[in-house]
Write a protein that binds this ligand. Structure first.
Ligand code: MG
Length: 431
């Protein structure tokens, strides 16, 4: 397929309620949306949430990065979609989130052309329903327990308590209260988002088993692997890394140093869908648990990509975070469905969701920039994703069933760009 045009858009999507993490509170998702059209008129969409403390990228920088790479992309023939992510990595250093949106859009485009779901292009579908992790991020014990009970009644079986913004003892009390409210069945983890010092993390770890936690995510700073290893050695509860994983090398290092027994994979950190598949396969081979996650918060575009990855990855011990459930508005004609706390692989080719371009009108441009900024002008809807309670729909497969193993062969990486404009990168200055 030959790319005709690449268009970056900056979209601004309000959340249903604020998500409170150790160092920040998210009230609005500021995301990059990328539209890629080929010469035959097929259109693919990709998305990346801005997460400056995780990837160093802002909405402005992601738009600038796509605009910088755009001359090298428009007019290109792509033969092997699985190698596209590696190929664009050579266009500029870093900017993994911006590159992940491009990679996602090209996968969507390739799937639509081939009339195949993206999960098939990623190596094959090994599951169609995945338990969706629900964040508990009110930073208030009563509110988090009430939310846990409400979401468990809707069918959710995996929960993550946001910690690190208070004293470890208060966080432990809140986590234990959530576990007590949910009983022993659901997964309950705690994510500090680097919010603790080593000493605080060790205090939390001392009570983590008694609080009934299944794992603790990123208790200390992303680069403090010695601290991670200290915390890991101090508790039987597995330690996971999130902010610390941006590459295969990071995974190997955490494993080697016994700094983590699992980790959270995100497209914005790894740089795209192929990279997440490679990382997930490597973690499975190392015996590390995998949490697959969108960033707070993706629209149904990136959330659909997460579900396609979840359908193809060999193992998802630590569940899947699909974040369109936290948005008040979405940008697709039909939002991704989350039914009984599970996401179902969308039908249809590509990502299986369609962006409603009428919502991306020029009238919603708020700031002069090279990107279109959409703030959402249509009437408020209660939730973006279609959250369906337990009373509706057929029963989903048990989330505790042994994970299916990948049987499909991963497409061999090869030459992604058959032709590249000779002057694609000539004379380009860094933005
Ligand atoms: Mg995390």
């Amino acid at each position: 397929m030959r790319i005709k045009s690449v268009t970056p858009l900056w979209i601004s999507l309000p959340l249903v309620e604020p998500i409170k993490m150790a160092r920040t509170t998210v009230e609005t998702a500021e995301n990059l949306l990328v539209r890629v059209e080929d010469v035959d008129g097929f259109v693919g969409w990709g998305e990346a949430s801005s997460a400056p403390t995780m990837t160093g990228e802002t909405p402005e920088s992601m738009v600038a990065a796509v605009n910088f790479m755009r001359p090298a992309l428009e007019g290109l023939e792509i033969e092997d979609v699985s190698a596209f992510g590696q190929a664009i990595d050579g266009l500029m250093y870093g900017n993994a989130a911006a590159k992940s949106a491009l990679d996602m859009a090209v996968y969507d485009l390739a799937g639509k052309r081939a009339r195949k779901p993206v999960a098939e292009l990623l190596g094959g579908i090994v599951r169609r329903d995945v338990p969706v992790l629900r964040m508990l991020a009110a930073a208030d014990r009563v509110a988090d327990v009430a939310a846990a009970r409400r979401m468990a009644a809707e069918g959710f079986v995996a929960f993550k308590v946001k910690i690190g913004g208070a004293a470890p003892e208060a966080d432990l009390e809140r986590a234990a209260a959530v576990r007590a409210a949910l009983g022993t069945g659901p997964h309950v983890s705690a994510d500090a988002n680097q919010g603790y010092t080593r000493e605080q993390a060790l205090r939390f770890a001392a009570g983590a088993a008694a609080a009934g936690l299944d794992f603790i995510e990123q208790p200390v700073a992303w680069k403090d692997l010695e601290g991670m290893a200290m915390v890991a050695a101090a508790t039987a509860v597995p330690i996971g890394t999130d902010e610390g994983v941006h590459s295969l090398e990071d995974i190997e290092r955490h494993h080697r140093m016994r700094a983590a027994r699992g980790g959270s994979l995100k497209t914005i950190k790894l740089g795209g869908l192929s990279a997440v598949m490679t990382a997930g396969r490597r973690m499975d081979a190392l015996g590390m648990s995998v949490n697959l996650a969108g960033k707070v918060a993706d629209s149904s575009v990136a959330s659909a990509a997460i579900v396609h990855l979840a359908a193809a990855l060999p193992q998802l011990d630590w569940d899947v975070s699909v974040t369109c459930q936290y948005l008040a508005r979405d940008i697709t004609r039909e939002p991704l469905r989350i039914e009984r706390g599970h996401a179902r692989l969308p039908d249809g080719p590509g990502l299986g969701v369609e962006v409603d371009e009428s919502k991306l009108s020029a009238s919603s441009v708020r700031r002069a920039a090279s990107a279109l900024i959409w703030a959402g002008t249509e009437p408020h809807r209660p939730r973006a994703c279609a959250l369906l309670p337990a009373a509706s729909g057929p029963a989903s497969p048990s989330p505790r069933a042994p994970p299916a193993r990948a049987s499909g062969r991963f497409p061999r990486a090869g030459k992604a760009f058959a032709r590249r404009p000779k002057d694609a990168m000539r004379g380009r200055a860094a933005p």
